[in-house]
Design a protein around this ligand. Structure first.
Ligand SMILES: Cc1ncc(C[n+]2csc(CCOP(=O)(O)OP(=O)(O)O)c2C)c(N)n1
Ligand code: SF4
Length: 283
């Protein structure tokens, strides 16, 4: 399926890995996270730190998209954004904090331009982008019931800029550039999302890969039919929290997995997952 193309004339000079993204991308295959390794969703030599939970979480999300050829990811500045130019899915980069405003306009424009095709819009952004600098656009997109999914990669701080505390940093924690320790508790954004109008809200971890994939997929399907959805993925950062990269997944388990949905969303998910060829179950 020609969802991603090399611009004419560039075929001869593009590195083989990029040609492989086009030839062997995730389009039209009905993939789930258990298919990771059988297709190419990302350039292997990406620039994230060894053991980074963001890279793994993004791979799991890419393998869970219900319709990758009709999906646009909206990213923004942060560690995740240095990975985005190397994935096999269409993506745009928004000014830091503006991601949900950009996604709102994009989703509406795609609906007008392609009235007969579902075009899924998925925001993938760091906790600083979502809960601090971009909180107003995030909340207002939920208040307006914009039909796209917001995924926060929660590494409990500003990592790309060397370790400042964010609203998601836990109380008392000291990071590189916040030496006196966080003075107030981690913001319960997943609880706020429920009262702000999200039809589906989940907290996930890459340490439970299939469950994360299921939640990302459910969130996208609910956003398509019903309203805004929010998934918060806990991705510990070994570089700024100073632990060995091999411990990332062990630490990622230390979070609560939760799932909330309004009755209409529950009914939709049950209908889809009971239907033929469903990829929605945890498996
Ligand atoms: C408008 C704007 N403000 C501030 C910055 C500086 N900046 C770049 S990345 C970043 C922190 C990103 O933190 P987070 O969203 O948590 O993502 P992470 O790097 O932790 O994945 C900041 C403040 C910027 N690039 N643009
Ligand atoms: S600084 Fe942290 S979040 Fe950023 S790439 Fe490295 S491990 Fe990942």
């Amino acid at each position: 399926m020609e969802a991603l193309k090399i611009s004419p004339g560039f075929e001869k000079i593009m590195p083989q890995e990029y040609l492989d993204l086009v030839e062997d991308g995730p389009y039209g295959r009905g993939l789930t996270v258990k298919d990771l390794g059988t297709f190419k969703e990302l350039i292997e030599e990406h620039p994230l730190c060894a053991g980074c939970g963001l890279g793994l979480s993004i791979r799991l999300i890419l393998a869970s998209l219900p319709n990758p050829e009709n999906t646009v990811i909206v990213g923004t500045t942060g560690c995740n954004s240095i990975l985005m130019p190397q994935v096999a899915i269409h993506n745009v980069h928004a000014l830091f904090g503006n991601q949900n405003a950009v996604a709102s306009g994009l989703k509406r424009a795609l609906r007008i331009r392609y009235p007969n095709t579902h075009k899924d819009v998925v925001v993938i952004a760091g906790d600083g982008a979502v809960v601090d600098i971009g909180l107003a656009p995030t909340m207002h997109s939920w208040f307006r019931r914009e039909q796209f999914t917001t995924i926060m990669l929660d590494n409990e701080g500003y990592s790309n800029t060397g370790g400042q505390e964010s609203g998601m940093t836990r109380q008392g924690v000291v990071v590189n550039m916040a030496p006196v320790g966080k003075k107030f508790p981690k913001i319960p954004l997943h609880e706020v999302a429920k009262v702000a109008g999200c039809a589906y809200v989940a907290t996930a971890t890459p340490a439970r890969a299939r469950r994360l994939g299921q939640m990302a997929r459910r969130a996208i399907l609910v956003a398509r039919e019903i309203g805004p959805t929010y998934v918060q993925i806990f991705c510990p950062c070994s570089t700024n929290y100073k632990f060995p990269p091999a411990e990332t997944l062990t630490r990622a388990k230390e979070t609560e997995i939760t799932e909330y949905m309004i009755p209409e969303a529950k009914e939709l998910i049950e209908r889809i997952e009971k239907g033929p060829k469903s990829r929605g179950g945890e498996e």
